[in-house]
Design a protein around this ligand. Structure first.
Ligand SMILES: NC(=O)c1ccc[n+]([C@@H]2O[C@H](COP(=O)([O-])OP(=O)(O)OC[C@H]3O[C@@H](n4cnc5c(N)ncnc54)[C@H](OP(=O)(O)O)[C@@H]3O)[C@@H](O)[C@H]2O)c1
Length: 260
């Protein structure tokens, strides 16, 4: 019998790699993606050996239409994709008008266009089988405007509302949807373009989580609560709540002082 398959984008490191470990341990075969030029991570070999699972690693740049179309073709051709995780993503950390417009538009392609193309490709099979899980990686930043990365907050917010709308369509069709909105997670996301790594130090309300913790919370929610919007970590949920309560003007003042 064909094995069930989990597709995870951006699984060469961080949260995507932790999702890959999780689903391999649960007996899924994997289709994972990294970017052209990435080395094949050591954990891929270990995943195959330890879990006796098939791992197909695709190299694709999601700002590139040809690469996205190739991945779409692979998803469409695979009837066994039961889990689809749109995880690939990055931050720019640049003020909109001070960056190249291409960089800003590329983020829309990676955070919005590619995920919706992959969902569109996987859904007919899931609907047919009345079974499936779709998780998109969003962020705590989707709930609040971040002046230094306005495109990041905006593209992540798209994912929240898009998946919530899909949830309403799909919840009676055996398909679970989740938008995972982490705060600070110890991954390469926080490595600067010149290779400088973040210190991952807890400060004030900033609490760093491990990718494995985030994945564990995501999966627990899928199984037990089936919540669509999932914010891992108590303090992150407090931050979200405070932002909802704060008058906008007060937030704008704080963001001008601390987030620029
Ligand atoms: N870490 C955090 O604090 C945090 C917080 C909230 C949300 N998130 C979200 O979580 C997701 C995973 O990030 P992470 O923290 O695990 O970071 P990560 O370790 O840098 O992993 C990101 C993955 O996405 C891939 N990727 C990046 N840009 C891509 C592109 N243009 N085309 C195709 N693949 C691309 C990366 O490939 P390469 O290895 O080649 O770069 C890598 O496999 C992202 O969507 C991010 O926005 C992260």
């Amino acid at each position: 019998m064909d094995n069930r398959v989990a597709f995870i984008s951006g699984a060469t490191s961080g949260i995507g790699a932790a999702f890959a470990q999780h689903f391999a341990q649960r007996g899924y075969d994997l289709i994972i993606t990294g970017r052209p030029g990435d080395e094949i991570p050591l954990f891929v070999k270990e995943l195959k050996e330890k879990n006796n699972t098939n791992v197909e690693l695709l190299f694709a740049e999601f700002a590139n239409e040809i690469d996205v179309a190739r991945v779409v073709g692979i998803i469409k051709a695979n009837n066994n994709i039961e889990v689809l995780i749109n995880n690939a993503g990055y931050g720019l950390g640049k003020i909109f008008w001070l960056d190249e417009i291409k960089n800003q538009e590329d983020m829309i392609k990676v955070h919005i266009n590619a995920p919706l193309r992959f969902i569109y490709a996987a859904l007919p099979n899931m609907i047919n089988k009345k079974k499936g899980i779709i998780i998109n990686l969003s962020s705590l930043a989707s709930f609040m405007p971040i002046p230094k990365d306005s495109m990041y907050s905006a593209t992540k917010l798209f994912n929240n509302i898009f998946l919530e709308s899909l949830h309403i369509n799909l919840r009676d069709k055996g398909i679970k949807t989740q938008v995972l909105c982490p705060g600070f997670v110890k991954t390469n996301f926080h490595t600067t373009s010149d290779g400088k790594k973040a210190e991952f130090k807890n400060r004030g309300i900033i609490r760093w989580m491990k990718p494995e913790e985030v994945v564990e919370i995501s999966v627990r929610n899928l199984i037990k609560k089936n919540k669509v919007i999932v914010v891992p970590g108590f303090l992150n949920r407090v931050v979200k709540l405070i932002h909802t309560i704060l008058p906008n003007k007060v937030y704008y003042g704080l963001a001008t002082k601390y987030l620029q």
